[in-house]
Design a protein around this ligand. Structure first.
Ligand code: GH3
Ligand code: MG
Ligand code: MG
Length: 345
């Protein structure tokens, strides 16, 4: 066993470093990381190498990746870079104090939560209150009790686990709120959000953008003849065809009922027309076998948009124009692609 002495603190004893499994160690600009890839990251902030070591020794053998910072500035940088699950932080540092570091960490971590434990020689209640108010989750005084630190790290990680679960559930709910249940495509809200953002992008950076509205032809007859379930399968088939022909950078979704919508960028009117013509032809010739019957359906398409260099109407104007083009396609006999007249001028 090796022992180290910290002024004013009872002697700490811990196993020799060479007893330990060698962790990956990297060192750059004073930053040192003892890390295994998937382990929870803990950032240890202390200007005293002895204090850093005593925390390291306490956490030795635990499944955590340890990152060390020796100044406040470095702590904030490493926090941003590694997004640790937990921070164990000294209060008195040469540049920034713990309260200031805590505030900065909280200010930059709006999209992830980190449990912060203040570990300091300051024992007065006013300091405890100040530290917790600045954003620390827990407060321990030096000299610390090794088992207590471990237990408090455990509490922190337990709380964090709950945070992560809630975050994951929220993400799932967000995704569900933007997805059409039947086809799995983005729903109306998702396309409108995407389309509105893309129109802003196209206006700022001057690229082309197209809105396409597609509507299944005489779909009521499909339902009436083959039943609603068969109708649902036809909708899914159309969704698959659309998806197969949509580039990763574009979006296609279900706008509602038997109406779908696409937003395409960086294409010419001619190319968009050709792409829609391909989708139309493929859907027309893709039979759906349902209950022994082959169902063939068709769709009509309306396109509106702008080329680079042209005036940029807002998204809802484009949708109205694409709708008008769709109704021209319906009037002209269905199973057709029509492009809004204003687009061609
Ligand atoms: P048009 O060519 O003019 O578009 O004729 P249409 O029959 O397709 O249009 P209409 O608006 O008269 O009928 C749309 C039908 O789509 C009626 C509605 O029951 C059906 N529909 C809407 N949503 C769904 C759905 O989720 N599943 C099924 N099976 N049918 C749906
Ligand atoms: Mg229809
Ligand atoms: Mg309709």
């Amino acid at each position: 066993m090796a022992s180290i002495a910290i002024p004013g603190i009872p002697t700490l004893a811990f196993p020799e470093r060479r007893d330990r499994r060698e962790d990956q160690v990297s060192s750059r600009n004073g930053e040192s990381v003892r890390a295994t890839e998937s382990a929870m990251k803990i950032l240890i902030v202390d200007d005293s190498s002895v204090a850093r070591k005593s925390v390291e020794q306490t956490l030795f053998g635990q499944p955590y990746s340890l990152i060390f910072a020796t100044t406040g500035q470095q702590a904030v940088e490493l926090f941003l870079k590694h997004r640790p699950s937990l921070v164990i932080m000294d209060w008195m540092m040469p540049d920034l104090n713990g309260v200031e570091i805590c505030r900065r960490m909280r200010a930059i971590s709006s999209d992830f939560y980190t449990h912060i434990i203040m570990l300091t020689a300051k024992t007065d209640k006013a300091s405890v209150v100040e530290g917790l108010r600045a954003g620390a989750d827990d407060y321990l005084t030096k000299p610390f009790h090794e088992e207590e630190l471990l237990a408090r790290v455990g509490v922190g990680l337990r709380t964090l686990g709950l945070h992560r679960q809630i975050e994951a559930k929220n993400k799932k709910l967000e995704k569900l709120a933007l997805t059409d249940g039947l086809t799995g495509l983005p729903n109306r809200r998702a396309i409108e959000d995407w389309g509105t953002r893309e129109v802003s992008g196209a206006t700022r950076h001057d690229y082309s953008l197209w809105v396409i509205v597609a509507d299944l032809d005489r779909f009521k007859q499909v339902n009436d003849t083959f039943g609603h379930n068969a109708g649902d399968e036809v909708l899914k088939t159309f969704a698959k065809v659309l998806k197969a022909h949509t580039r990763r950078s574009d979006i296609c979704g279900r706008h509602g009922g038997e109406e779908f919508m696409m937003v395409m960028t960086h294409s010419t009117a001619k190319d968009v027309e050709k792409a829609m013509e391909r989708i139309r032809a493929e859907f027309e010739t893709t039979p759906l076998n349902f209950g022994g019957c082959n169902i063939l359906a068709t769709a009509s398409f309306g396109i509106a948009g702008f080329e680079a260099g042209q005036a940029k109407p807002n998204f809802s104007d484009l949708v109205s124009r694409a709708d008008a083009a769709l109704y021209s396609a319906k009037r002209a006999g269905r199973n057709r692609v029509e492009i809004a007249a204003s687009t061609l001028s």
